[in-house]
Design a protein around this ligand. Structure first.
Ligand code: ARG
Length: 571
């Protein structure tokens, strides 16, 4: 089922489903329509039907066409190649679609069924710096949240920070011992240093190890002094993360691992009651079908360690249960690096087995992404070998953008230069991440992300600026005219605009932001061809063409907004 209520592809699917039924009442319902290579759309399924129907695919295609009859959308159906049906649309249909689209808020794009969507993203680990992996999660998660909000879904953005666990015992013991003045004026960078020192002490000093373990017990037991320190540590971390979220314009509700802590005991008891738990070397584990390590041994989902402690697996089981039971989630989306894919597959399977999730009612998506590489093709690091602080990374993009903006526009007021540079730098960070297929490893390069040519943030931003300035230059505003798609470049642009809905639809289905970046790039290019080939100012078609330009501006602007990009007045 498609995610978006009304798309051209959806309409064609209905049309072909009926035609197929008419031509071959007993055939399986194979109706795959895609955007076409030579025509706007094509029907691809005649080849698949060849076997069950024991017929040549071209013949099948002929008969489907014969049965199809007329439709207000379709200009022409032609059999092509081994048995594709190429679909040409009527310009009048595109004109009407476009006019309808422009009349409605959000272009009439909405979810086919409004749902509660929980998106778990960003999710750094308390007392540690956010790293480039979290940056990817933040950027990808935010655009997905924006997408479902746009569709009218009820979206809950959750920051599942790693704010609980035994490592806090070490840190707290260290602070009590070595930082007697307290941590009121301490930064996250200091906490990271404390943690490092604490780890060394923990490995070297038996009495410190003991103290750290006692702090874990105190934390679990709710001891006031320990809990207060833990809260202060969380607050210092939160402040540091918030600086990044503010810079990137990201909204999140923090609901970290600690939130689920009171629920863990019951989850384990419940899983045991359901007979899912086995004991392996003292630990409580769940074995699931299809998960093995390299040696072919069964891979356990460990819900309670042999020392009685809970862990990441337990917390995620509790989180799913809570999101379904209490939050009434109908779709749960978790955005992390691909390295955690097995973890989430196991958690999802276990949650279904435990009946925390009914897969017919709740959809679970882990959204994995690849590693961030430096320009040298190796895992991203700074020169010193340390992982770069995220805030420095983002600020560096803004500083480099400022140099570019100043060089292009030396006569601008400094304030505008700075404002545009900030937009460009941050847009570039976001766009260069979203533009690559998220599963692939992603090469982080300032030079590449700040280019004006190719499918880049600057190109898309500049296209928006140019469209605005074209409208300004004609100087008559946007007349209330009917759009006529006559010139091939007009038809192409009209089609591209109408396809915004199905782009959004496919992104909501497979959660790939590069669907939208590709779309926007193509929209900008299609617009450029139109503007090259079709005169606007002073032409007989001026009113219609101005409408078409305005439609492009609005769709491009909306697409940019969905990606979390800022538009500017000039560049
Ligand atoms: N804190 C984890 C990390 O840094 C990500 C958490 C993702 N969400 C979850 N429900 N496990 O990798």
């Amino acid at each position: 089922m498609s995610q978006v209520a009304h798309t051209v592809i959806g309409r064609l699917q209905d049309f072909f489903t009926k035609a197929l039924q008419k031509a071959f009442p007993d055939a399986p319902a194979e109706v795959e329509i895609t955007q076409g290579t030579f025509t706007p759309y094509q029907y691809n399924s005649a080849m698949k039907l060849s076997k069950p129907l024991k017929m040549n695919p071209r013949q099948i295609a002929e008969q489907i066409i014969a049965a199809a009859g007329e439709d207000a959308a379709i200009e022409k159906l032609e059999v092509a190649g081994p048995g594709f049906i190429n679909i040409t649309l009527k310009s009048t249909f595109l004109e009407n679609e476009l006019m309808e689209m422009l009349k409605k808020p959000n272009f009439g794009i909405e979810a086919s069924k409004k749902q509660k969507v929980v998106i778990d993203f960003s999710s750094p680990n308390t007392a540690k710096e956010m790293h480039v992996g979290h940056l990817r999660s933040t950027i990808i998660g935010d655009t997905l949240a924006r997408l479902f909000e746009f569709l009218g879904d009820d979206v809950l953005r959750l920051n599942h920070v790693g704010d609980w666990g035994t490592s806090f015992g070490m840190l707290i013991a260290y602070i009590k011992k070595e930082v007697p003045q307290g941590i009121q004026n301490v930064t996250l960078t200091d906490l990271v240093a404390y943690y490092k020192a604490a780890k060394q002490l923990f490995d070297a000093d038996e009495s410190f190890k003991k103290a750290a373990q006692l702090e874990v017990v105190a934390l679990q037991g709710g001891d006031k002094a320990t809990l207060d320190l833990w809260k202060a540590i969380c607050q210092i971390s939160r402040t540091a993360y918030q600086e990044i979220y503010d810079l990137l314009d990201i909204r999140l509700n923090e609901r970290g691992e600690s939130f689920y802590n009171p629920l863990l005991q019951d989850v384990v008891a419940d899983l045991e009651k359901r007979g899912l738990v086995e004991v392996s070397e003292g630990a409580k584990v769940i074995y699931l079908d299809g998960f093995q390590n390299r040696e072919g041994e069964r891979l356990p989902l460990m819900i309670q360690k042999s020392d009685g402690g809970y862990n990441y697996d337990t917390t995620d089981m509790a989180a799913i249960r809570h999101r379904v039971d209490v939050e009434k989630a109908e779709r749960i989306i978790i955005v992390t690096d691909a390295g955690q894919a097995t973890h989430f597959q196991m958690v999802f399977q276990a949650a279904i087995k435990a009946k925390y999730v009914d897969p017919a009612k709740v959809r679970l998506d882990h959204v994995p992404f690849g590693v961030v590489l430096g320009a040298d093709g190796k895992k991203f690091r700074t020169r010193s070998g340390e992982t770069e602080k995220l805030i420095d990374l983002i600020n560096a993009a803004v500083i480099k953008a400022e140099a570019i903006v100043k060089e292009r526009n030396p006569d601008w007021a400094e304030e505008e230069q700075k404002q545009v540079a900030k937009a460009l730098g941050i847009n570039a960070i976001k766009y260069s991440d979203l533009v690559c297929h998220r599963i692939s490893d992603y090469m982080f390069s300032y030079d590449k992300m700040l280019r004006f040519e190719g499918n880049t943030a600057a190109f898309v931003m500049y296209s928006y600026v140019r469209i605005q300035s074209i409208i300004r230059k004609v100087g008559v505003g946007i007349p209330d005219a009917k759009i006529a798609l006559v010139h091939p470049a007009e038809v192409a642009l009209g089609l591209q605009l109408v396809q915004f809905a199905e782009t959004v639809d496919s992104m909501a289905e497979d959660l790939l932001p590069n669907r939208l970046t590709e779309y926007l790039y193509k929209l900008a290019e299609t617009f450029n061809h139109f503007f090259r080939d079709c005169r606007v100012e002073g032409s007989a078609e001026q009113n219609s063409r101005l409408q078409l330009i305005e439609a492009t501006r609005r769709v491009l602007g909306t697409g940019m907004q969905l990606l979390g990009l800022t538009t500017v007045e000039r560049m």
